[in-house]
Design a protein around this ligand. Structure first.
Ligand code: FES
Ligand code: MG
Length: 580
């Protein structure tokens, strides 16, 4: 949208909140009365944009530990611009603490955000979040409600360092744990690492799901451009939060809504940014869900295509060796986007009211070792590849940039686990027939089966192979993998085994072919034999008879469709609530 196409400013009487406060009658009287009960004068909230600060702070969300203070900075900006701030708490999905997986509750948060905004006298929203599923949850809810909204990201935590070595959240947790199991680190050293590896509030400082998804929301135009790269504890962070507050008030007056920002072009921008970041495979679920909420068609092959065209340029763990703080100093997301500008839709807009062309004209890169030029990518493999074959008719994904070269084309015999519990119980069993050519298969870990498709996809290796120095095997599952993990892990196999996908038919000893260069994943068993096995397959019994699990079991879509609830995808707008 160019300057002269911008919608005209609205009048105070046209504000959504005016329906609550400024209408005649007893109800409006009662609304104003209750606001006054809280100590607010009429002029503070009437005729002004009422802005919800949707805050996902909680005492069990370490990545969001600073969001109560940040809400105050947002309020400052809102007041300065003549708006009226109200803080609304929303479900806090602290990645590490929430079980069985935050993914189970992403749609719950999305519904909560949509309904919180709908049910209250709210004209616009600032969304505070950042830890993994929080970003898609907040964004999906805001898209469906479609009132002016701006995302204020929590920001990455500060760099970690142990004995001179950079330590990244998540990535090194797994690495050090494997070293410990192999006897290379002592108990005392592990206690030391425990205390230094996550040293400040903020989201994981690696290119995990949090940094991937906040960067994607940024690239979609839903943040003040570049906000996703600002470290949580940098003084620039509260300044950015205050600027979000100031900007959202203007967005309300000019009625700029998420669906005015999101276009096929902004989704394409997000796909290329994801590729250049070497982003988490989780993006292949969340961005699909976000785009579908906005009614924009997107397929797994779009990720594959973008990753073939745009190499990994962000030299950040797990693909590289720097952390988010280094990325910020190197130029951050806008610096990175300036490197791939020829692949982007530069006319796509941002919530700042600027197009990417205007934003990137001022972008710069100050460290080529962290934000690489196009001719010197971090790895010579793409960030994501989409596989198909008789084992994954609706697709599966792998992160070649975090996989082992020698396993990208591999033929080996399956060792099958029916559940995560069985995997943990048997993986170190001395009688388990397994060697470095084996293919570990985990099923029952998908959106319905687990439920919630947990991050179990980087299956642990048997201790006796670790002892021999083996650090990777081909692993296949219908689970997801944390963006901070690495390994030759085939993920998101769709359809999942629980609903009868071919993964359900694999038997220990079957041969499996992984051929990443040709994007193939094949179970080398004859069609006749597979048909015979299918005839004997029994669908697992329904697991939930009450509660939220019932909704998940009935309505969650498969990984290739984004794992949204079918009834929440794009559709007709829901009418405004009647006020009486
Ligand atoms: Fe919150 Fe990694 S645990 S971002
Ligand atoms: Mg994560």
């Amino acid at each position: 949208m160019s300057e002269n196409e911008r919608p005209p400013r609205r009048e105070p009487g046209e504000l959504r909140s005016a329906r609550w406060y400024s209408a005649g009658g007893m109800r409006a009287f009662a609304h104003r009365q209750r606001m006054q009960q809280m100590g607010f004068r009429r002029d503070e909230f009437m005729g002004r944009p009422v802005i919800a600060i949707v805050n996902t702070w909680s005492d069990l969300s370490p990545c969001h530990a600073h969001l109560r203070e940040r809400a105050e900075a947002v309020k400052r900006g809102i007041l300065r611009a003549g708006g009226f701030p109200v803080e609304l708490p929303a479900m806090s999905l602290g990645e590490v603490m929430v079980k069985p997986t935050t993914m189970l509750y992403r749609n719950f948060l999305a519904m909560e955000v949509e309904e919180l905004l709908r049910q209250h006298p709210i004209d616009g929203a600032v969304l505070l979040g950042g830890c993994d599923k929080t970003t898609p949850g907040l964004v999906m809810g805001a898209i469906s409600m479609n009132i002016p909204a701006i995302y204020c990201p929590a920001g990455p935590m500060l760099n970690g360092r142990w004995r001179g070595t950079k330590v990244g959240a998540g990535t090194h947790t797994r690495k050090y744990w494997d070293d410990y199991r192999a006897g290379h680190l002592s108990e005392a050293e592990m206690v030391e690492i425990e205390g230094i590896s996550t040293r400040s509030p903020g989201t994981c400082n690696t290119m995990g799901t949090a940094s991937t998804m906040t960067s994607i929301a940024d690239a979609l135009g839903l943040m003040l451009p570049g906000a996703s790269s600002i470290p949580a504890m940098d003084a620039a962070h509260p300044r950015m939060a205050s600027a979000c507050g100031e900007r959202i008030v203007e967005m309300v007056w000019s009625d700029v809504k998420p669906l005015d920002i999101l276009t096929a072009g902004s989704v394409r921008n997000a796909l290329h940014v994801d590729a250049a970041l070497g982003g988490s495979t989780n993006a292949a679920v969340h961005l699909v869900a976000i785009a579908r909420r906005a009614g924009l068609a997107i397929s797994l092959e779009d990720f594959d295509e973008a990753a073939r065209q745009t190499p990994v340029l962000a030299n950040i763990f797990p693909a590289g060796d720097a952390l988010m703080e280094d990325f910020f100093f190197a130029g951050g997301l806008t610096g990175l986007m300036s490197r791939i500008a020829d692949r982007l839709d530069l006319d796509a807009m941002t919530v700042a009211g600027l197009s990417w062309r205007e934003v990137l004209a001022k972008a710069r890169v100050d460290d080529d070792t962290v934000i690489r030029p196009l001719d010197r990518p971090v790895v010579d493999r793409p960030a994501i590849a989409v596989l198909r074959g008789n084992l994954a008719p609706d697709g599966a994904v792998i992160k070649p940039s975090a996989a082992s070269d020698h396993l990208l084309t591999h033929r080996g015999r399956a060792v099958v686990f029916d559940s995560h519990a069985e995997l943990n119980a048997r993986i170190d069993d001395p009688d388990l027939a397994i060697d470095e050519t084996s293919v570990l298969v985990l099923r029952g870990a998908g959106p319905v089966g687990a439920p919630g498709m947990p991050e179990w996809g980087a299956l642990p290796l048997p201790k006796r192979l670790l002892d021999r120095g083996i650090r990777d095997l081909v692993r296949i599952s219908d689970a997801r993998m944390s963006g901070t993990h690495y390994g030759t892990c085939v993920l998101h196999v769709a359809p999942e085994s629980h609903v009868g996908g071919p993964l359900a038919l694999v038997q220990t000893g079957d041969e499996i072919l992984l051929d990443v260069p040709n994007r193939r994943l094949e179970l080398l068993v004859s069609d006749e034999e597979l048909a015979r096995r299918r005839a004997g397959w029994q669908p697992p019994p329904q697991r939930f008879s009450r509660g939220y699990g019932v909704i998940v079991e009935r309505h969650i879509t498969q990984a290739d469709k984004g794992c949204d609830f079918d009834f929440l995808e794009a559709g007709a707008a829901i009418p405004e609530p009647e006020i009486f």
